[in-house]
Structure formats: C-alpha cells, structure tokens
Design a protein around this ligand. Structure first.
Ligand code: NAD
Length: 272
C-alpha cells in the first residue's frame, strides 16, 4: 500500500486538468493529500480530471477556476483555497506550479500576445502563488514548492524565445525563494523548500504540435524519433507519471535540505 505521508496536507497543482499536472495531482492524492485542481478545459474534461484525482485516493478534491494570466483571479483562487483548506490564510502546504503553454516560431515572428501570455502563465503566475502561499508555509514549518520548469530553464533551443525566457526565469525565481525561506521550520517539521523539475520530452498534449511538425510525411512514431534523436540521448520519452514520482519525493520530510535545486529528468539532454 502507498505510504500516505501527505495525510492532512493541502496541495495546489496549477494546470492539473491535463498532462504532467494531472499525473502529479493523482500521485499527491495517492499519498494522502487533499488536492486543489486548477486548469482550463470543458466542464466534462474538468470533471474527468477531478474524478480521477479522487479515485487516486484524495480525501478531498475540488477544481478552482482561474485563468492564470489574470493576477486578480489568482488572488481570488488562493483565498478560495484558503477557505476550503480551513485555515485563516491560504493553507497550501504543497504548491506545484505546473501550468504552461508553448508557441514555437522564430523570435521576429513571435506574436507579442504570445510573449505576454507565455510569460504570464509560465512565470508570473508562479510568483503570485508563491508570494501568497509561502508565508503560511513558514508559519507552519513545512512547505514544498515544486516548480515545473524544463530543460529549457537550463539550455536554449531556437524558436522558443518566450518559453525559454519564462523557464530560465522560474529557475531564478525558485533560487531566490529557496534562499529567503531556507531557515523556516526545522529538520523535524520538514522545513520549507523550493525546487524546479526540468523535464526533457514528456508524452503530453503540449508537445503534440512539435511531433506532428517533425513527421515529414511519415508516421507519428517518425515524428517522435526525430524529436528524441535531436536532443534526448536516452531516445525515450518520459511519462507524466515519471515526473510526478520525483515531485512527490521532494515533498518528503527527508528532502528538507534539498532546496534551490533543479532536477533534470531529460535522458541526458543537458549532460551534453
Ligand atoms: P498540457 O498542455 O498537457 O497541460 C498544461 C496545463 O496547463 C493544462 O491543465 C492547461 O489547462 C493549463 N493551462 C494552460 N493555460 C492556462 C491558463 N491560462 N490558466 C490556467 N491553466 C492553464 O502540458 P504539459 O506537457 O503537461 O505541461 C505541463 C508543464 O510541464 C508546463 O509548464 C510545461 O512547460 C512543462 N514541460 C513539459 C514538457 C513536455 O515535454 N510535455 C517538457 C518540459 C516541461
């Protein structure tokens, strides 16, 4: 049976109606956390996500609606989660900033609106959730911020100016927060840590347009092979569940001294 070491904890996973975020929400639930789901989708898609997090073992789960491009909606969402979690302020113990979008075209052709949206969702939303959630974590002596960055927070690729800028940004933001909260809590309480996970290619809807662009008249498998062959030496895609396992591990008490780091899950991409 899965050890429910997150029993009594509240987690927020942004962008958890799909892909990596949904897998993380499920895994946190399986380890006993009550989970606040956030993300876009039709009412049916959102209901499917919520039901699957409940089925994974969450004692309580609810979808909190917020378009993360809007700081006022983020503030309102954090207050709603605070009330739901039963504490005075936003009582979030585990904050996973995962929501993200991508748009791959050369810099000079990047629509200005795409730049603004990518920076708002992939970077600024994490600033807002962290500034609102972290003081409460420090008061309680336990908190985990897991920011889903990317290999593109560590190295660049062409045609991804706003994405790479946002991911380098979240790696830097995480280091600042790690330093500011390093002394919060204790070894026994678990402390407050902030880390990034930096995946290479992961099988989710986000990368489907890039797979299709690489087919060159061939099959989807040809597209996948072409993407992996260029950058990811293992020649294996990660599954969302592989990323989730590391996120959950970072929430353990024993991980109290792992802070300000970036864990690459990239099949050797950034070792090259
Ligand atoms: P996905 O498209 O499957 O999921 C993205 C999630 O973000 C969805 O739940 C979506 O509703 C949500 N979202 C998008 N815009 C939003 C908005 N304005 N407000 C609220 N929620 C919004 O993508 P994924 O691959 O699971 O990506 C998750 C994270 O992982 C992203 O930050 C992405 O950059 C990162 N990542 C993915 C890969 C990969 O290969 N898939 C690699 C490295 C990093």
């Amino acid at each position: 049976m899965t050890e429910r070491f997150l029993h009594g904890r509240t987690a927020l996973v942004t962008g958890s109606t799909s892909g990596i975020g949904l897998a993380i929400a499920r895994d946190l639930a399986a380890h006993g956390a009550r989970v606040a789901v956030n993300g876009l989708g039709t009412p049916e898609q959102i209901e499917v996500a919520v039901q699957s997090v409940r089925a994974a073992g969450a004692p309580d789960v609810r979808h909190f609606d917020a378009d993360l491009r809007d700081p006022e909606r983020i503030e309102a969402m954090m207050a709603e989660i605070g009330a739901w979690s039963g504490s005075a302020g936003p009582g979030i113990d585990v904050l996973v900033n995962n929501a993200g979008i991508q748009h791959a075209v050369p810099l000079a052709q990047m629509p200005v609106q795409k730049w603004n949206d990518i920076l708002a969702i992939n970077l600024s939303s994490a600033f807002h959730t962290m500034r609102l959630a972290m003081p409460g974590m420090a008061e309680r002596g336990y908190g985990r911020v897991v920011n889903i960055a990317s290999v593109h927070g560590l190295v660049a690729s062409k045609d991804k100016a706003p994405y790479v800028a946002s991911k380098f940004g979240i790696v830097g933001l995480s280091k600042v927060a790690a330093l500011e909260y390093a002394t919060a809590g204790s070894r026994d309480s678990g402390g407050v840590t902030v880390n990034c996970i930096c995946p290479g290619w992961v099988e989710t809807p986000l990368i489907e347009p890039q797979i299709q662009a690489r087919r060159n008249g061939g099959s989807r498998e040809d597209g996948v092979r072409s993407l992996l062959g260029e950058k990811q030496p293992s020649l294996r895609m990660s599954l969302p569940e592989d990323i989730a396992a590391t996120a959950v591990w970072l929430c353990r008490r024993e991980a109290h001294n792992i802070t300000g780091t970036s864990v690459a899950i990239d099949g050797g991409w950034t070792a090259q």
